[in-house]
Design a protein around this ligand. Sequence first.
Ligand code: AHG
Ligand code: MN
Ligand code: MN
Length: 341
Amino acid sequence: MNSAGEPLTHSGRDDVRIMTLQAHILEEQAHQPLAGGTFSWILSALSISAKIIADKVRRARLENVLGSIGTENIQGEVQQKLDVIANEVLLRTLGGREGVAIVASEENEEPVILRDDRHGIPRYCVLFDPLDGSSNLDVCGGVGTIFSILAHDGRAQRAEDSLLQAGARQVAAGYVLYGSSTVFVLTLGRGVDMFVLDPSVGAFMRVERNLRIPSGNKTYSVNEGNRRSFPDGYKRYLDWAQDNGYSSRYAGAMVADVHRILLKGGVFLYPPTSKSPQGKLRLMYEANPMAMLVEQAGGKTMAGPGQRIMDIQPTAIHQRTPVVLGATDQVDAVLAHLASA
Ligand code: AHG
Ligand code: MN
Ligand code: MN
């Protein structure tokens, strides 16, 4: 019974139902044109990876201290940086799933082609940034994992060409934020749902359905240290924002910044700079999955005036793109300044 005296199992109300990520995926399967069980196994690999990486992140400092006598651990293995470890975890969990054709990681020069028989079951490509914002680890700041899933195109000439699909063709995207709690945010193209890891149960529990980005939040998120080398339109926007009572929030990890924007509104920018004329962020591992989540939550995501991020036709898996994303009203305010002479 809940506090209103209703039986928990029959009310159907979200606030009284206990729903794990696993159960959510099974429930969603019925509404998806995706390859049922195959696809669920991929998401379960991502969920397990998230739990393993969350544990490694929590223990990072302790293990550094314990292992600090040399650079090798007790088995004689060289101690690795956590982004290499996170990458290994994802490659190993996804590698065992029949439904995964190709994995591509920000940490690997080349994609890994796992299965390319072309006539078997429908398969998927999984692209990821294993540890986003890893410099925050040293200071106990938020870090994350970002992933994007595409249907494998068996007709592509070379298997790896099947990765070069515009973001609009993603079938799922999400991120895990390893912050004060571990949060898994997922879209399967029918809205955005949020789960929090309950460490005592060992499962991600659904805490929000169909997240919508609030409008009217006067907050921008950008590395203002680069301001001098931004194109003029971005400088005009920042002048305007500062004249109009905006606040600045920048975590140094896209996952943490986008998470705040999904829950509270505002805008995130990574403009072109003289050092990185295409911006710093990667289209396939960072911009596209975040764009799908933000648009599914009612927001807007652009690479510049007239260029929606998810319409960019990729030509290389590691290519970069400028990013403006967030609540539609706040992105429009940026675009208005980019367009003005
Ligand atoms: P990564 O740690 O995967 O390389 O990504 C860091 C990214 C992103 O998370 C963040 O928004 C941005 O780089 C921060 O870059 P600056 O330090 O240039 O602001
Ligand atoms: Mn990153
Ligand atoms: Mn990274």
